[in-house]
Design a protein. Structure first.
Length: 279
């Protein structure tokens, strides 16, 4: 967390109030300069508080994961909240046989700065899709809210940790694990958390141009690690599922992942006039 004095108490209390019987709460203070540190001191008997130099979210998540003594990692950002049933409901439904290769996720409510529910975000159930078809969807857009994600500790040791450079560490890890490491995301049909929308949150302070460009760069980095037959297979699948041959005849004639990724960015220009065009 970084400078979250307004919401951090609610976030920690939601973690401490879990129905699940055995868990630890590790808080990473990512170099906060506001009153966050003093607030954390009031929870000193109930949490493990680690203070570090400010970095991207991925570095804070990794610092917490490496301090874990438990079996399961449950992410919680400093402005979000878990419902009391979160750990109990999710752990009840995890697939033990695939725990090292699976990212579990569930449903969340979106709330405002006053804890009022704005809407219920119910994920679509893609569990019946093949790994390839699911990965094709993931290349088109991110899947799952970080507030709902549950990952077994052994998965990080097997597949790697969060990227500490990108600001979209969740999307980068999902693409990397699923496409390059043959992992899978599995949906659990339970409401487990509350994702807060407010003016101070990091994603609202960034320009849409920067957000979209970073997603493009993440996709390109992952795709560059595939062999040419795999790139072609994903290119053809993306075109057939999401795009009209009449609108993009040249892409259908000569499908290349690099061109499709560029087109994904450029197709958003009518919606966001300030976005430049990738040549």
């Amino acid at each position: 967390m970084y400078n979250c004095e307004k919401y951090i108490s609610q976030s920690i209390e939601s973690a401490l109030n879990q129905d699940y019987p055995d868990f630890e709460v590790i808080v990473i203070d990512d170099g906060s300069t506001d009153d966050t540190g003093h607030i954390l001191e009031s929870f000193s008997d109930e949490i493990k508080n680690i203070k570090k130099k400010n970095g991207h979210t991925g570095s804070a998540l990794n610092a917490g994961i490496k301090q874990m003594k438990g079996e399961w990692f449950k992410e919680l950002q400093a402005d979000d909240r878990l419902l009391r049933n979160c750990l109990a409901d999710m752990i009840e439904f995890v697939h033990e046989s695939k725990k090292e290769d699976t990212i579990f996720y569930a449903d969340v409510n979106w709330i405002d700065e006053n804890q009022r529910i704005k809407f219920h975000w119910k994920e679509l159930n893609y569990n019946s899709l093949s790994n390839f078809d699911f990965n094709t969807l993931l290349l088109q857009h991110n899947i799952g809210n970080g507030t709902s994600v549950l990952i077994h500790n052994s998965a990080f040791k097997k597949h790697g940790y969060f990227d500490e450079i990108t600001k979209h560490e969740d999307y980068e890890m999902r693409l990397r694990w699923c496409i390059l490491e043959q992992c899978r995301m599995h949906y659990i049909e339970r409401l487990v958390g509350e994702y807060r929308i407010h003016d101070l949150q990091y994603t609202k302070q960034r320009r849409i141009t920067d957000i979209l460009m970073e997603d493009i760069q993440i996709k390109q980095k992952i795709i560059d690690q595939l062999n040419e037959p795999a790139k072609l297979k994903y290119a053809k699948a993306l075109l057939s599922k999401f795009y009209d041959r009449r609108q993009y005849p040249e892409l259908f004639q000569n499908p290349k992942m690099e061109d499709i990724i560029r087109m994904q960015f450029n197709s958003l220009k009518p919606q966001f006039p300030t976005i430049g065009r990738l040549g």
